[in-house]
Design a protein around this ligand. Structure first.
Ligand code: PHE
Ligand code: ZN
Length: 879
């Protein structure tokens, strides 16, 4: 992989290639250590490019075996080659020509999991973002679209299936126990969407009839014996295909759609044209081995990758700066799909939680960057929650601004106008501007200004005049490379809730549209409502219409009024969550100063009443009962963080709520559905409520007995892991917990995905002592440091999900991470860099921990020989 060069790529430097690729024919002779790749590329010189300009192809750790022009060897004087570039001079002035490039690569020793590699004996590729250049020299950039023909030759024993993008052309026997298969993809695509898979796999099949009546073959390949666990993914795929037809009018465009699940994968999944490759964690599920959350993730990721067929593949990105064009939009689409398949408010609550937990801290720390970055050193480091989740929020705001109808019009226009293009954010926005007749100039700042805006809200009720005034003021703190920011267009959905709980129907004076949204476009703006019958309570940023921080003095009574009466379920949850957050922040501050904690009675009353309210969906109640995490409290406090004080305060509040509601919780804890398991949202919601109730009940009882009994009786993974989590979180040292962990390990010894849960649960146990346990697990003789899922399950869970364990005051957690990052970096830079981001908020810690964290970062920096991935992250964190 590339080591650090310090080279910076800039959006403003974009320039098309000098030569245009017409088509590419690839032949692979697969072998674990010596795979031969022959690439025949037909190109012509772009109009206006001078005849002495050479062809420059990208490579990465390649060796060239042969090079021909129209079938004849090229004179070595006419080309220069290094492992990462191939420069050919003297090419024809205007006629098309064919360049044949031969390389030999070693999939078996490719531990970076980029390019062609082997996982469990299966050959598999990962080309996004710049992995294709590890296979052959080529224009490895998203704006070079070509039609691909691929021929794969391999030993029949080793590789029963030979797969690539597009439609199957044919195949048969080759020689000496080898066979071949050929594939043709008629849709021009960039190299990052190329895929090849070859191996001995299990297969499940189905078909889908598209809206125009074409039959598509659907195939999911998994490890032998795991076929029964692929059924849910197949079901999710068919639902996704139907949904994209119904909601966006988008039909699938090949005769076959294939998914392959592999066990070594750096990310969640990859949308290669017609041949998606998945981390098996996001394919395999059955009631005995997967939790409700796993099922929901599978549904979402299957949909996400499928939706990329139109948003990403048919219309791709001009350059990697436009990554959010495909990712933000596709996340937006998969969110809407899940909301339609499940409960929309509950889905939205989960999205808000995740955005605040991951994206807000990224935006507030040293790794902050705009949704569309303007420069990068290593593109792999920009597959971030800002590009994906904030990118999705920006698309959601576009819909809020233009309305549902014009949004669909804009999307239709985008598909029609840019099908087959490598497009930009400007192209995308122009479609909505045209569809709605609005100007998106100010709105586009959401793509270029980093950081989470803050909106300060103050209200003024005039009883005599019956007027209500809302004053909004926005600000945006500096982020790396951006010291001054312009005011943004912030669409804030709102409601005025009257004393009787009904909603005021009027809208601010002087505003033409009554769309239920306050459009904040200046630094400071006042909105006045007249004729309001009684003092209203303002419910603002309903449904989280804008990804901003709201600062508003609102009394507990007003929050409770919203929580009781808001017509919007998400807003009711927002009010409850705001109340919980305030209390926890206050309690944490007092704990920090060694003072007595305030009574949590008010909060407990609301939560217990919500828990007991049968008119509310169980999944909603479960969300309401889930207190803000320690990391959420830390984010709200913002600086001088003492994770131990936050933990102590949160535990105290949990236990006060638990004691106040023991009777209710104890009842609800038994409320999980009985009988055959269904992964559907309704049953999952009931299990979620039962699980959180079990946690409170166990805390109130001060005993793991209830959880142990639930563990012993569990007939599905959701309940089993909930019970185990109650034990490991609250009673890590109890004999019952040890026993349950041992049982779990023995029962799932042969199931890596389930064992990952066993590692995570232990890594998440709070307290400074957990580090020693993590070290013990890392040192286990069967611990596989090369498997990304395993490393994330143990090291990732510990460093990003265990504030008291990871941030132990002696700095041991930081040193553990630094050591592992330097070690992993030698094999898999992408994974190393990703794990390291767990330290992105280090500057908000209290002084002593900050110093320990800094020393650990400096130790990485001085380890030498770092990849571009890790050096980029560490430099930005120390800057
Ligand atoms: N493009 C993939 C997705 O979002 C993510 C991915 C990026 C996978 C880079 C692998 C490598 O669906
Ligand atoms: Zn994606």
């Amino acid at each position: 992989m590339r080591t650090e060069t310090g080279q910076v790529f800039k959006l403003k430097d974009y320039k098309p290639t000098d030569f245009v690729v017409e088509r590419i024919d690839l032949t692979f002779e697969l072998d674990p250590r010596e795979t031969k790749v022959i690439s025949r590329v037909i190109l012509h010189r772009r109009e206006g490019v001078a005849k002495d300009v050479p062809l420059v192809f990208d490579g990465d750790e390649l060796t060239l075996d042969g090079l021909q022009l129209d079938g004849s060897d090229i004179d070595p004087a006419l080309y220069d080659v290094t492992p990462d570039t191939l420069v050919i001079r003297g090419l024809p002035e205007s006629a098309p020509f064919e360049v044949t490039v031969s390389t030999t690569i070693s999939p078996e020793t490719n531990t970076a999991l980029m390019g062609l590699y082997r996982t469990n004996g299966v050959y598999c590729t990962q080309c996004e973002a710049e992995g294709f250049r590890r296979i052959t020299y080529f224009y490895d950039r998203p704006d070079v679209l070509a039609v691909y023909t691929v021929t794969i030759i391999a030993s029949k024993d080793e590789a029963k299936y030979l797969l690539s993008n597009g439609n199957y052309l044919g195949g048969g026997n080759y020689d000496e126990g080898r066979h071949f298969a050929a594939w043709f993809d008629p849709h021009p695509k960039p190299s990052y969407l190329f895929a090849l898979v070859a191996g001995d796999l299990g297969l499940i099949e189905d078909t889908f009839t598209t809206m125009s009546g074409r039959e598509v073959a659907l195939k999911i390949y998994v490890e032998h014996g795991k076929e029964p666990r692929a059924g849910y993914a197949m079901d999710a795929l068919k639902r996704s295909m139907r949904w994209d037809e119904e909601v966006y009018g988008r039909e699938y465009d090949l005769d076959i759609f294939q998914i392959v699940a592999v066990s070594d994968f750096n990310m969640g999944a990859m949308e290669n044209k017609g041949l998606n490759v998945f981390n098996d964690k996001y394919v395999l599920a059955d009631p005995a081995t997967a939790t409700d959350a796993d099922f929901a993730n599978i549904e979402a990721i299957i949909a996400h990758e499928y939706f990329h067929n139109w948003t990403g593949n048919r219309i791709t990105c001009r350059d990697w700066f436009q990554l959010c064009l495909k990712e933000g939009l596709t996340v937006y689409r998969d969110h809407a799909f899940s909301a339609d398949q499940r409960s929309a408010p509950v889905k939205r609550i989960a999205e808000i939680r995740l955005l605040k937990a991951h994206q807000f801290p990224e935006d507030a720390g040293p790794l902050a960057h705009p949704v569309r970055p303007e420069s990068y050193r290593e593109i792999n480091n920009f597959y971030t929650t800002t590009v994906y989740e904030k990118g999705s929020e920006v698309v959601r705001m576009i819909r809020t601004v233009v309305g549902a109808e014009d949004f669909r019009k804009g999307m239709d226009l985008y598909f029609e106008r840019h099908d087959g293009d490598a497009a930009t954010i400007e192209d995308f926005l122009a479609c909505f501007a045209e569809a709605s007749g609005r100007d998106f100039k100010q709105f586009s700042l959401w793509y270029s200004q980093a950081g989470t805006p803050s909106v300060t809200v103050s209200t003024d009720w005039n009883e005599a005049k019956k007027t209500f005034k809302v004053t909004l003021e926005q600000s945006l703190a500096p982020t790396p490379g951006q010291s001054r920011k312009a005011p943004m267009h912030i669409p804030l959905a709102y409601g005025l809730i009257l004393p009787d709980g009904s909603e005021f129907a009027g809208h601010p004076t002087g505003k033409e549209a009554a769309d239920g949204v306050l459009h904040l476009t200046r630094r400071r703006q006042v909105f006045t409502f007249t004729g309001v019958p009684g003092r209203p309570v303002l419910s603002i940023n309903r449904g989280f219409s804008a990804p901003v921080n709201i600062a508003m003095e609102q009394s507990t009574a007003d929050l409770a009024h919203i929580a009781r009466h808001d017509s919007d379920g998400v807003a009711r949850w927002q009010a409850i969550s705001e109340q919980a957050t305030r209390h926890l922040v206050e309690a944490s501050r007092l704990a920090r100063d060694g003072r007595n904690l305030p009574s949590a009675r008010d909060l407990a009353d609301i939560l217990v009443a919500t828990a007991a309210d049968d008119s509310l969906e169980p999944a909603f109640r479960a969300q309401a009962l889930t207190l803000p995490a320690e990391s959420d409290i830390a984010r709200e406090i913002g600086s001088n963080i003492d994770p131990d004080a936050i933990h102590a305060a949160r535990e105290a509040v949990l236990s006060e709520i638990a004691r106040a509601g023991l009777a209710v919780f104890s009842d609800l804890a038994d409320g999980a559905p009985k009988g055959p398991y269904s992964p559907g949202a309704a049953d999952a919601g009931r299990r979620a409520l039962a699980g959180i109730a079990m946690n409170y009940a166990a805390i109130a009882e001060g005993s793991p007995a209830r959880a142990k009994a639930a563990f012993d009786a569990a007939d599905n993974m959701t309940t089993l892991s909930q019970a185990l989590q109650v034990m490991t979180q609250n009673f890590p040292a109890a004999a019952e917990t040890r026993q349950a962990l041992d049982t779990f390990r023995t029962r799932f010894a042969d199931d890596p995905l389930v064992l990952d849960k066993w590692y995570s649960l232990q890594a998440l146990a709070p307290g400074a002592g957990t580090r020693a346990r993590v070290e013990e697990l890392l040192a286990g003789k069967d611990f596989d440091r090369t498997n990304p899922n395993r490393m994330r399950a143990l090291v990732g869970a510990f460093t990003s999900g265990n504030p008291t364990g990871f941030n132990a005051a002696d700095g041991g957690g930081y040193r553990l991470l630094a050591r592992e990052v330097v070690d992993i970096d030698k094999r898999n830079p992408q994974l190393a860099a990703r794990l390291l981001t767990a330290m992105r908020s280090w500057r908000s810690l209290e002084a002593e921990r900050q110093e320990q964290a800094r020393l650990a970062l400096v130790s990485i920096r001085s380890a030498g020989n770092l990849s571009a991935d890790v050096s980029d992250i560490v430099d930005r964190m120390l800057a």
